[in-house]
Design a binder for this molecule. Structure first.
Ligand SMILES: NC(=O)c1ccc[n+]([C@@H]2O[C@H](COP(=O)([O-])OP(=O)(O)OC[C@H]3O[C@@H](n4cnc5c(N)ncnc54)[C@H](O)[C@@H]3O)[C@@H](O)[C@H]2O)c1
Length: 321
């Protein structure tokens, strides 16, 4: 049978995000899902049925032996990223890995090094980077509209953690869960994409007495490479609807990304007002860039080296380094 010219994808991990990105791969003209895997057989079977009986596995190593698979999307919980990704790279397949890259700095370093040596495309799933809102922010901070940047702030306020839509067994745990690991990589990535490396990271974590449970608060400060302060204020279990805001304050203008997609802008002595942007699925743009990278064309992807730089900040925030 003649193989299609589409990039053939295998997916490992069919949970909350795995299923969501599976739908994006399905919609995208450049990709074709050829096999899937989840350790939970019922889950793999169910998704296989939805995909007209596509080949499924419960052992990811069998998926990696399938020579049809060119690109592997890894969407297992964070503590398995390292193990699975190293095997994907050893099998010589392109990889799209979920964030955070790893569950420790050592793992992230090894993944980045192996990825460089493997001679394949290695990318991470950071959808916010591909939104129209982020493109707008990028233009704003490099224009006169912002003036001199005085401060950057990341505020994450949750009335409840884990959130309603992501009730998995690991996400409220200290080993690999918590909102710092889950949410902050996105905003560290955006900050590094805009301003480069972050320095002088000081962090104060608020941890519950139960050592199995994740943090309930974080107060941290860092500096951009030009010395501009970056402040972090994260807290959960408070009486306020969930609100996540990434704000850049300038002398001429201030810009804020609220709850992932809502963009607010204000000029000097004016309130912040919402900028309306046409909603598009940023993952489709990410996948277009990934397809271009695999074809050897120009592409804007966030690779494992960038993932390692993000992990350095993440581990410092978690007071692990
Ligand atoms: N980029 C984003 O916007 C975004 C959003 C949410 C989650 N995530 C990340 O995606 C990853 C998965 O998160 P989730 O919420 O989907 O978790 P989840 O627990 O819902 O899903 C993980 C799935 O992986 C399966 N699994 C575990 N070990 C496996 C293995 N060895 N082989 C095959 N399958 C295995 C589990 O059975 C489960 O179905 C995490 O790293 C998380 O941080 C990213």
């Amino acid at each position: 049978m003649k193989k299609s010219s589409k990039i053939r994808v295998g997916i490992i991990g069919l949970g909350v995000i795995g299923e969501k990105i599976l739908c994006a791969f399905q919609k995208h003209p450049k990709f074709e899902i050829v096999s899937i895997c989840d350790v939970v057989k019922e889950r793999a079977e169910l998704i296989s049925q939805k995909l007209n009986g596509i080949v499924y596995y419960t052992d990811y190593k069998e998926l990696l032996q399938n020579s049809d698979v060119e690109l592997v999307y890894v969407a297992v919980p964070p503590k398995y990223h390292h193990l699975v990704a190293l095997d994907v790279l050893a099998a010589g397949k392109h990889i799209l890995c979920e964030k955070p890259l790893a569950n420790s700095l050592e793992e992230a370093r090894a993944m980045s090094e192996h990825a460089k040596q493997a001679g394949v495309v290695h990318a991470m799933h950071f959808p916010v980077y591909y939104t129209k809102a982020f493109k707008y922010i990028n233009n704003f901070v490099t224009s006169e509209k912002i003036g001199e940047i005085r401060r950057v702030e990341i505020n994450t306020h949750f009335h409840k953690w884990p959130c309603e839509w992501q009730q998995t067994d690991w996400i409220g745990g200290r080993e690999q869960g918590g909102f710092v690991r889950e949410v902050f990589p996105h905003y560290i990535q955006l900050t590094q994409a805009l301003f480069g490396k972050l320095e002088h990271i000081q962090s104060q974590l608020e941890l519950p007495a139960d050592s199995d449970k994740c943090e309930t608060g974080i107060l941290a400060s860092m500096k951009l490479s030009d010395g501009t302060p970056l402040l972090i204020n994260g807290v959960s279990q408070i009486a306020q609807q969930e609100r996540i805001a990434f704000t850049i304050y300038g002398t001429n203008g201030t810009i804020s990304l609220v709850n992932w997609i809502k963009l607010e802008v204000g000029k000097y002595d004016e309130p912040l007002t919402e900028i309306s942007l046409q909603p598009v699925d940023p993952t489709l743009d990410l996948l277009m860039n990934l397809a271009n990278a695999i074809k050897g064309d120009r592409a804007d992807i966030i690779d494992f080296q960038a993932g390692y730089e993000i992990q350095k900040v993440l581990e410092a925030l978690l007071q692990k380094i």
